[in-house]
Design a protein around this ligand. Sequence first.
Ligand SMILES: [Zn+2]
Ligand SMILES: [Zn+2]
Length: 344
Amino acid sequence: MKMKAAMLYGVKDLRVENVDVPEVDAGEVLVRVKAATTCGTDLKILQRGYIEKVIKLPTIFGHEWAGEVAEVGEGLGWPKKGMRVRAGNSAPCLRCAMCQRGKYNLCENMIWLWGAYAEYIKVPARMVSVNMQEVPQHVSYEEAAVTEPLACVLHGVEEARVKLGDTVTIVGAGPIGLLHLLTVKKIGAEKTIIIDVVKERLNLAKKLGVDEAINAEKENVVEEVRGLTGGYGADVVIEAIGLPATWEQALKLVRKGGTVLEFGGCPPGTEIKIDTELLHYGEVTVLGAFHTTPLHFKKALNLIASRTIDVRPLITRRMRLEDIKEAFNILSTSKSEIKIAINP
Ligand SMILES: [Zn+2]
Ligand SMILES: [Zn+2]
């Protein structure tokens, strides 16, 4: 049997082709993809490449998806054929030194699942057991697909220890910045400030309830954030872009004793400068956060299902799999699109 799939061959080389539907072995599950959502990481990989540890080319592209179980491998009591599910995009081994320390996101033997932009996706056995969930009837497939980025955000926000009453500044109003906004508001941030250079994104942030939106092209970001925080800076600053310049800018927006979460992944080989006084006299905590854990995937889907975190406003367009290249063109040029749902 053949299926349509978007194959990634290299930088800026994505092709929709007819490929074999994967065969299912014991413990594996074949899912008919019903919706896959685009991600900033996908756009980065397409435009500049990525580390081979995470993605080996050529491969079917895409990692945020949900669908309906089409085939269940031998030996599995769960899931059932026809069940609505989401899974992936990672499954830790639970045995390595990192897993044994509870750092499942840093697993030394992580398996990564690509292949969302296709009619079918095969879920490996380990992923079926540690990172696959049933999607409740009232949750759309495209909402369920957003479980992955939300899981990453939940992990980051937990690491940064955002608390009730905090002032939180978010650098970047793309999909990840906006998911951080929705999350810290639910945690009980007293004041939220978001920074971007795109007016349309700042407007969407306002619709989603941000207290202050700063246009970095028009305003002095450091002065504005200081002004909005009694001169001190924010309790927590979250960088959600992934550029050394904005990583450094984030350090200038935090109060003494505050926390900076450098969330966005920068291009390989890049470095930033940190003023030692900031860490010593300022007691600022600077954190990185990478990916997420199965527990956070579970929490993320539950929060989406209860609409505690309503991800629906982030899906701004729907397109067919055949038009995937056009979808990424739109994402790289349009100012108002956040996530596009691809319907294979
Ligand atoms: Zn993603
Ligand atoms: Zn491991």
